[in-house]
Structures are given as C-alpha cells and as structure tokens.
Design a protein around this ligand. Structure first.
Ligand SMILES: [Cu+2]
Length: 173
C-alpha cells in the first residue's frame, strides 16, 4: 500500500514537471505573440556588418599574400563588405588591377579568368575603393585580380577566398 502510494506520488511529480515545462515556454509555437529570438530592445541583436579593406594598409597590389591576409582577417559574415582599393591607370601606373569572381574552386585554383566574372574594372578601385558585399549566406567567394591573363592572380598572389557565415548574435548593442 505504501509502495503504491509512492508510485502515484512519483507520477504526480512527473506530470506536474511536464505541465510546468509546457506552460513555462508558451511561445514556442508562436501562436500568442511570442517569438524566438525575441525582438524586444533588450534581446539579442545581430552584430552589425563591417567594412574590411582588402589587404588592410597594403590595399590591392601585386605580390602581397591575400590568401594569408584573408585567413588572418576572417571570419567574414553575410552582409559584410570587402573594399578593394587600387589606383586607376595613369602615366605612372601602367600596371593597374581589377577584381574578378570565379564560379568555382577549380577555376580559382587555376586562375582561369575565362570562367570568371569581372566585378570591378581597372578604374573602380580609385578613391574610397570598390565595395563588394557578401550578400549570400554560406557561399564561398573566390576573388582575384584579372590583369595580365592571370599573372597577377597566380604569380602576383592577388587571389583569396572567403566564406560568408551567418551573422552572429550578441546581447545588447
Ligand atoms: Cu592586379
């Protein structure tokens, strides 16, 4: 009799814990004004996008190791912006640069510019530079300079890849 009573007590405790759990989180089904993540002012916010100058103070030039730079400068998140700064062609700049995006890892590895898309011409890096926003989540972006038929890409090391991670969240701004 005592054992039976104890069994009922255990069941009652389990039942009340389960009910407590279900009423403590009324918002999971989002039918009554609750949502996750919460949108109120003191909730978590997305870390704001950043602008990063490719190469830092080196800007975009022949012979700098941009692959190593990208490795050190990451991670990058969707909606971050890369800024390519380089001088336009002129009398004292006869070897200008550009920015191309490859469609695949293999075309990137081979510096196969025939398959690449020019996103900035030799003049677009002037002034504040050419801005490229990583607009898609979980995308591998493969960048290179497209000048001299791939010579800047291969020998000049003017290439790097980044992956655009989902934006992180943090508490308070
Ligand atoms: Cu170049």
């Amino acid at each position: 009799m005592a054992m039976k009573f104890g069994g009922a007590m255990v069941l009652a405790v389990i039942a009340s814990v389960m009910m407590g759990a279900s009423t403590a989180y009324p918002g999971w089904n989002n039918n009554n004004g609750y949502a996750w993540p919460p949108k109120q002012a003191d909730g978590p916010n997305e870390v704001p996008p950043k602008k990063v100058i490719v190469g830092g103070s080196e800007n975009w030039h022949f012979g700098f190791d941009y692959s190593a730079w990208a490795h050190k400068s990451g991670p990058f998140y969707v909606n971050d912006t890369l800024v390519f700064k380089y001088d336009p062609p002129s009398d004292n700049n006869t070897h200008p640069h550009s920015v191309y995006v490859f469609p695949s890892f293999w075309s990137y590895m081979r510096c196969d510019l025939k398959r690449a898309t020019m996103v900035a011409n030799v003049s677009d890096g002037a002034g504040d530079g050419f801005e490229f926003t990583l607009s898609q989540t979980w995308k591998f972006y493969f960048f290179a300079c497209g000048q001299s038929s791939g010579f800047h890409c291969s020998t000049g090391k003017m290439r790097f890849s980044v992956v655009s991670l989902p934006r992180p969240w943090k508490w308070h701004g």
